[in-house]
Design a protein around this ligand. Structure first.
Ligand SMILES: [Zn+2]
Length: 69
């Protein structure tokens, strides 16, 4: 699933994360190796902070809408 991963004051959105969700409070849990990998991804994001990003999901959806002439 897609998760919002807060790290060093910034949030990185990461797709395809194997995550456990508590069915009482909806809190997300990661296995240790998964968490380490998320951290590595978030660190890489910080080194690329000048890269312009946008929500891929919305962009894909918008591609199916005809532009006004
Ligand atoms: Zn819980």
């Amino acid at each position: 699933m897609r998760i919002a991963f807060p790290y060093m004051g910034e949030t990185t959105y990461i797709d395809g994360v194997p995550v456990w969700v508590c069915n009482k409070c909806a809190e997300q849990y990661f296995d240790g190796p998964v968490y380490e990998r998320l951290e590595a991804i978030a660190k890489r994001r910080n080194s690329l902070r000048k890269t312009i990003t946008f929500p891929l999901g919305r962009y894909t959806a918008a591609a199916h809408i005809n532009r006004p002439a």
